[in-house]
Design a protein around this ligand. Structure first.
Ligand SMILES: NC(=O)C1=CN([C@@H]2O[C@H](COP(=O)(O)OP(=O)(O)OC[C@H]3O[C@@H](n4cnc5c(N)ncnc54)[C@H](OP(=O)(O)O)[C@@H]3O)[C@@H](O)[C@H]2O)C=CC1
Ligand SMILES: O=C(O)[C@@H]1CCC=N1
Length: 270
């Protein structure tokens, strides 16, 4: 690893998620000539990045492989990729519901293997990346992955792999849940009579401003909500709807549980 970047980066799949990661790395100074992307379509990725549709003859020492295809493709990919892997190859998997043990079994000769769960805002350097590895990964391997993932946003090691599907539900899937919320806020505004285009603009700007404020605040989001709500005023009436029988909390808990359970089913091969 030189200056925080791997000598070579080999991405297997580069769609919505891995594409955001790569864009951020390139924006932050990764030399595109170090990057090879394997994607069946062969479509271009970025200036200077080599795109291939078949596997190379070998992977050079110092290569970091990113598994960025769909989880159900791991068996097909391993059949072709595992023979190329060796102790001087590191691997970062972003496959949801695919355990480290499964990866070690499919890529037994690989050196360091790290499981990561990013989310889409990594493309802006404002993502969240959960990480997990085992004792087979060297301290330098951990440090190298931390350096690679640093430009993507907040990254945190999980102490227990059992937490991985749970954190995937929260931060990996989380952007989709927030996008739904923005859409619902906008459509609810329209439902009470605000012109649709204005409701959409104002909902988006409200969420953006409120999220930025919450991130910078010295108090919790729960306290901030109370600061908006004047006693006897409008906000309190609205919060009473969200809070009745813990309605919003229950909805969010059920949402995360459903996503978590799907990850656990995927890990069982269902
Ligand atoms: N989307 C998200 O928000 C998140 C996704 N993930 C994980 O990221 C991974 C990819 O998801 P996402 O980016 O949404 O999916 P996409 O469908 O956008 O991208 C999949 C990529 O895999 C490539 N591909 C398809 N078949 C193969 C194959 N047989 N061998 C190698 N590559 C192949 C595709 O090639 P081509 O470009 O040619 O079509 C494409 O580049 C998943 O494992 C998912 O669990 C993790 C966190 C968040
Ligand atoms: O939906 C999925 O399975 C992946 C995992 C997190 C976000 N997308």
């Amino acid at each position: 690893m030189a200056k925080g970047w791997p000598e070579h980066l080999f991405l297997v799949g580069c769609g919505n998620m891995a594409g955001q990661m790569l864009n951020r790395w390139l924006d932050c100074g990764l030399d595109p000539s170090r990057v090879t992307v394997l994607r069946p379509s062969g479509g271009p990725v970025a200036d200077g990045v080599d795109v291939v549709t078949t596997y190379p003859q070998a992977l050079a020492h110092g290569t970091t492989v990113i598994l960025g295809m769909k989880p159900y493709q791991v068996a097909d990919v391993a059949a072709q990729l595992a023979p190329l892997c060796h102790a001087e190859v590191s691997m970062l998997s972003i496959l949801a519901g695919t355990t480290l043990g499964d990866l070690r079994a499919r890529f037994p000769a690989t050196g360091d293997i790290v499981r990561a769960m990013p989310n889409l805002p990594v493309g802006m350097g404002q993502g969240v990346v959960a990480l997990y590895t085992d004792a087979h990964t060297s301290p330098s391997g951990r440090a190298n992955m931390e350096a690679l993932l640093g430009p993507l946003g907040l990254s945190e090691w999980m102490a227990d792999e059992a937490l991985f599907n749970r954190v995937t539900a929260l931060s990996g899937c989380g952007p989709a849940f927030l996008f739904r919320f923005v859409d619902a806020l906008s459509r609810a505004g329209e439902a009470i009579g605000i012109p649709a285009d204005q409701a959409a603009r104002m909902a988006m700007a409200t969420v953006q401003g409120a999220a930025n404020m919450a991130a910078a605040a010295q108090v919790t989001p729960a306290t901030l909500a109370d600061q908006v709500a004047s006693p006897g005023g409008m906000t309190r009436e609205g919060l009473n709807v969200l809070d009745a029988d813990d309605r919003l909390l229950t909805l969010m808990t059920e949402t995360l549980e459903a996503a978590r359970d799907r990850g656990e089913a995927m890990a069982r091969g269902d």
